[in-house]
Write a protein that binds this ligand. Structure first.
Ligand code: SAM
Length: 224
């Protein structure tokens, strides 16, 4: 029976892959990737030639049973996502759950995930925090925002650039205009930026400077 190893990949700067991750990518039998074109670019950069199969959440049932069959007959299978740690706000967790249901051993290497540098550099307490991932776009969004408004711990969200201004407006609406936030954009990339301030001020900034790229929002918890 084979095993599945989850290998985190850089969220921007290609130097952020660990030596162990490179070794495992070289030694494994095959790789499941969220987008094989994205992974091929990384493998080319690392001068690794390896068979890559897509693993995504479309046609979830078929993808899962195909993947489990391949993992069982190979010694070591790797799962990577487009960036960061597989399973964090991407379909990786479905495969982990299915492997465990099939008694397949799981290993997860430590490595990049966008939430950690955003949280730590925000300046808000990071001894306890809540990761909310992406908020739902419509149904259930207000309920989640109301729950976050009550949260004492630091809260971390993933958000798309075209929804950032709206989201900051909702944070101001549900949590108060003076709620402190930190927007971390393009972490580890050329235009990395951290904007810290009240929800209202940071919203105004991005209204006049429409953001591009990838974004993490960190929200200060309610002081006890
Ligand atoms: N698995 C990834 C991880 O470990 O962070 C997250 C995958 S999720 C589909 C993609 C989201 O992660 C982006 O929309 C953005 O919110 C966040 N993200 C990824 N890379 C980032 C970066 N370099 N800077 C800021 N946020 C990033």
């Amino acid at each position: 029976m084979g095993k599945l190893i989850l290998v985190p990949t850089p969220i921007g700067n290609l130097e952020d892959i660990t030596l162990r991750s490179i070794r495992i990518l070289k030694e494994c039998d095959l790789i499941f990737a969220e987008d094989t074109r994205v992974t091929k670019k990384l493998l080319n950069h690392l001068e690794i030639q390896k068979t890559c199969y897509p693993f995504h959440s479309h046609n979830e049932h078929k993808s899962l049973s195909n993947a489990i069959d391949k993992i069982k007959i190979n010694s070591t299978t790797v799962l990577v996502s487009d960036a960061g740690t597989p399973g964090i706000s991407d379909p990786g967790f479905l495969l982990v759950r299915e492997c465990l249901a099939n008694d397949i051993e799981i290993e997860c290497l430590p490595g990049p995930a966008a939430l950690i540098p955003a949280l730590v550099a925000s300046g808000f307490p990071c001894d306890r925090f809540v990761f909310e991932g992406f908020l739902p776009h419509k149904k259930g969004r207000q309920t989640r925002l109301k729950a976050i408004a009550e949260e004492k711990r630091t809260v971390v969200l993933y958000e798309s650039p075209h929804r950032l201004v709206k989201c900051l407006g909702q944070i101001a609406e549900f949590m108060g205009e003076d709620k402190k936030v930190c927007v971390a954009r393009e972490i580890t990339k050329m235009y990395e930026e951290f904007k810290r301030g009240t929800a209202l001020d940071v919203q105004k900034h991005y209204e006049s400077h429409p953001p591009k790229g990838e974004i993490v929002i960190v929200i200060e918890g309610n002081n006890e």
